[in-house]
Design a protein around this ligand. Structure first.
Ligand code: ADQ
Length: 486
């Protein structure tokens, strides 16, 4: 069996019991343990002197290979082009895009340098799986170093519509770089469509839609395959964690502080893409327009700051502090705080238990590749008395979790109405929606996601683009269904 090589910007910290974070880290680590292999990426260190050296750490069949980034590399590759240019553009915030050609040069330079560090560690039949927007030029860099292995890429964040992508000056280079992978995976069908649209209409390439929706792409002299692979969770494992924490201290504290009031729960990284300001305002609108809910419900927002060295993140933090203060000042009573705004990180087990203790999961990003919190919230519910998920239509998860109350996060009144409906929904309807979503989560759990991607990648021929994944190869009559081919 081929070894699996995972490449991601950060390598997830792994303790004895497995990864501390959920979703991706757990799913990928399980695959690495099965096939043996390596996880390669930035260590998170920014050494102030000397040339960073790779650190290898063996854990059973898995090698963790990590390396530091010099300050200039961190500033240009990570803080600059990845997080101040690509992140806002890919989340449809062209207004927040900052572009500096030196940062883009740094982004390409660091990708090439990381690829050079990896090359001596590779074996001929390794399968390489690269993750996320920090590493778009990685396959090009490996190819120029002579690497012939199969290389796949999965984008965890949305792929924007062409008119938005055009706001990133090197958009064409980026799409050309993506076309150097053998397989490119997106979270949802709309992301896949946006990519194909760019390839056809901006890059003059061709897209053949094979019978099961897989796209076979020819562009920039390359042939590749693209598809959607919505990432999942392990719903039954989250449910067990949640049940185990039901009588734990965090849940007891929450319940005793709230004196039987209902709880609306949100958990995010503090990011402008998560729609936090609109969410706070919709909760305020609920208290305004549904006066019967006053003093009956509290909204708990857990959001630890991230990327705090970027201006846009300092700005969203200040806005939220102002909003939560204003709304609490307006409605709070001696015995009731409407909004609890908590800037802390909690362990997975604690979050799962808090989800189970909450009546509403309030997940309303303005844009999100998937949003695993939505999937974790549903998984954590008590099957006999489940809470209700209020979910933004702009989260990738909304494509699958149709049992949620789907909202537009820009429609403050609509969100307030959805919160009111969620708080008063009868048990039978809550159970029916929960069962529908849980069935979907079990059918597409994180190992299904990973196995579909790896199956498609390993079935591609030894050299990039010479063959299609066997399972998707067009045959006989099916050829007649090919669309978009130009
Ligand atoms: P994120 O933007 O980080 O991930 P999300 O999917 O919601 O967003 O969360 C990833 C993990 O972090 C989840 O397991 C969640 O429980 C955990 N997490 C989030 N906030 C937390 C907090 N305050 N404390 C502790 N844990 C927290 C990116 C994309 C998403 C995509 C994922 C996976 O932006 O759209 O779903 O990758 O592909």
């Amino acid at each position: 069996m081929s070894r699996l090589i995972i490449v991601s910007n950060r390598v997830a910290p792994i303790s004895e019991g497995g990864p501390a974070a959920g979703g991706l880290a757990v799913g990928v680590y399980d695959a690495l343990k099965e096939t043996g292999g390596m996880w390669f990426g930035w260590s998170g260190d920014v050494p102030t002197s000397g040339q960073p050296q790779i650190r290898l750490e063996e854990r059973g069949p898995v090698t963790f290979a990590t390396i530091g980034l010099l300050r200039r590399d961190y500033d240009q590759y990570y803080r600059g082009f990845s997080n101040a240019t690509l992140w806002p553009a890919f989340h449809y915030r062209a207004d927040l895009v900052q572009y500096d050609r030196h940062e883009y040069a740094g982004y390409c330079r660091v990708n090439a340098w990381l690829a050079q560090q990896l090359v001596p560690l590779l074996r001929d039949d390794d399968v390489i799986w690269v993750h996320d927007y920090h590493l778009i030029p990685f396959a090009q860099a490996l190819r120029s170093a002579g690497v012939k292995n199969r290389i796949g890429f999965f984008l965890h964040i949305p792929f924007p519509a062409s008119q938005v992508l055009l706001a990133v000056p090197p958009h064409r280079d980026l799409v050309e770089a993506l076309c150097a992978f053998d397989l490119v995976g997106f979270q949802t069908k709309p992301d896949l469509r946006a990519f194909c649209d760019y390839v056809v209409n901006e890059a003059g390439g061709t897209v053949e839609r094979l019978p099961d929706g897989v796209a076979r792409i020819e562009a920039f002299g390359q042939t590749l395959v693209a598809n959607d692979y919505p990432i999942g969770v392990y719903p039954d494992e989250v449910a067990e964690l949640a049940k185990a924490g039901e009588r734990g201290k965090p849940v007891r504290t929450l319940k005793s502080t709230l004196h039987g009031r209902k709880v609306i729960m949100s958990v995010d990284r503090l990011d402008y893409s998560k729609g936090l300001v609109e969410r706070f305002r919709a909760f305020e609108r609920l208290l305004d327009q549904h006066a019967s809910e006053r003093n009956k419900v509290s909204f708990v927002q857990i959001a630890p700051p991230t990327r705090a060295d970027l201006h846009a993140y300092q700005d969203i933090r200040l806005k939220l502090e102002a909003e939560s203060g204003r709304i609490n000042g307006r409605f709070a009573e001696l015995d009731w705080t409407p909004i609890w705004y908590i800037h802390r990180q909690y362990e997975r087990a604690v979050l799962a238990a808090l989800f189970r203790a909450s009546h509403v999961g309030y997940v309303t990003p303005l844009r999100d590749g998937m949003n695993l919190v939505a999937k974790e919230y549903v998984s954590a519910q008590d099957p006999e008395n489940p809470g209700v998920l209020v979910l933004s239509r702009f989260a990738g998860a909304a494509q699958e979790l149709t049992g949620a109350l789907i909202v537009n996060p820009l429609d403050i009144d609509g969100m307030a109405d959805a919160l009111a409906a969620a708080l008063t929904m009868p048990l039978a309807e809550r159970m029916a929606r929960y069962q529908d979503m849980m069935a979907q989560l079990r059918e597409n759990n994180v190992s299904v996601w990973r196995d579909r991607f790896l199956r498609d990648l390993t079935q591609i021929g030894e050299r990039r683009g010479v063959a299609l994944p066997v399972a998707h190869a067009p045959q006989g009559e099916a050829r007649g269904q090919v669309q978009d081919a130009r």
